[in-house]
Structure formats: C-alpha cells, structure tokens
Design a protein around this ligand. Structure first.
Ligand code: IMP
Ligand code: MG
Length: 182
C-alpha cells in the first residue's frame, strides 16, 4: 500500500476539472438523447476504467436505455495489432435487438476497443457507436476512432475519474496528470 504522502505527490496537475467533465457529459447525453429517441438503446461500458463515466453519463441520458458491462484483457505482441482480446465479463443481452453505444474511458493505442468493436459487430446489433471520455490520438497503433470524444489529450499518463495507476486513483473526481518521475 502507498503512503499518503507518496500517493498525493504523484498527482502532478489537474488537467480536467469536475465542472469541465460535467459540462461535456451533459452535451454528450444531449446528443445521445437526440440520436436514440424511440430506439432500443443499450449503453455498454468497458470495466474497470469506464465505470465512473458510465455512472454520470447514464444519469444525464433521459431516453429509455439499458446498461450493460463487459471486461476484457488484452495480450498484444509488438507485431500483432488486433484479435488478442480475451473477454473476461460478457453482456447478458442478445444485442441483435439493440442500438449499442460503447462507453469507454480512454482510447490510447486503440487496440482493445477495436477488438471489442469487431466482436460486438459480429453479433449483429442494430447499430454501434463509440463514446470515449478521453482520446490520445498521438498514441494510436490501429486505425480506430470514437464517434463522440469528450476530451483530446496529449501523450501523458492520466489518472482519476475511473482511470488508474496500479489500481489507485480511480476515485479522484477529476482527471490529473500522473507524475512518473521520482
Ligand atoms: P488501448 O487503447 O488498447 O491502448 O487501451 C486503452 C486502455 O489502456 C484504457 O482502457 C486504459 O485502461 C489504459 N490506459 C491508456 N492510457 C491510460 C492513461 O493515461 N491512464 C490510465 N489508463 C490508461
Ligand atoms: Mg479501460
């Protein structure tokens, strides 16, 4: 376990405040409300990182919707770019009856989400869109982009609002840069 001092000194700088997250989440929910009025909607969150964003986004969405969770672990070697995702928790719904919105915390290399997207597409949902809280386009290794991205960030390691470093910091209410230096 980290000491309180060690824990706190690694929180380098707040880069996105609670208020900024709240405002962008409201805009995003508004778009979802417009796009899915009268349609069977399933919001799918990828655990663990997206649990905080999902909790806030789904409460800002006002159209009727269902919520589902998936978890995946990925094993990638340097040369293999996709197809290595292992689903460790799967949806219970038969998604052929739903429009799917995948709710993700961050798209980094893009490999995990691309694999999950391809897997869900094979199950023939009515449609699929991707919403991501954060996007690091400079790190992308496969061509893959979100339909809605709330914040584009540079190539820095971030923590908070669901995102972790060694499983810590997920409960910070804001997004901060993690200090990787000693
Ligand atoms: P990728 O897009 O397949 O590289 O995987 C993205 C996953 O890596 C995310 O869902 C996060 O769990 C993790 N990740 C990427 N960048 C960060 C970061 O800056 N902070 C915390 N987790 C990150
Ligand atoms: Mg994640």
């Amino acid at each position: 376990m980290k000491s309180r001092n060690e824990y706190e000194k690694r929180i380098k700088k707040v880069i996105i405040t609670e208020e900024e997250i709240k405002a962008k989440t409201a805009d995003c929910a508004k778009k979802i409300n417009e796009l899915y009025e009268g349609k069977p909607l399933l919001l799918v969150s990828i655990l663990n990182g997206a649990f905080v964003f999902m909790a806030d986004l789904c409460r800002a969405v006002t159209v009727p919707c269902e919520i589902g969770f998936m978890a995946a672990s990925s094993y990638y070697s340097g040369t293999v770019s996709s197809g290595n995702v292992k689903i460790t928790l799967d949806l219970v719904q038969d998604i052929s009856q739903y429009h799917i919105v995948i709710v993700e915390d961050i798209i980094d290399t893009g490999r995990t989400l691309k694999d999950i997207y391809e897997l869900l597409k094979k199950r023939n949902p009515l449609s699929i869109r991707i919403v991501t809280l954060l996007d690091k386009p400079s790190r992308r290794q496969v061509e893959f982009n979100a339909d809605i991205s709330l914040f584009t960030i540079p190539d820095i390691f971030v923590i908070g609002y669901g995102l972790d470093c060694g499983e810590y910091y997920r409960n910070l209410p804001y997004i901060a840069e993690y200090d990787t230096q000693e």
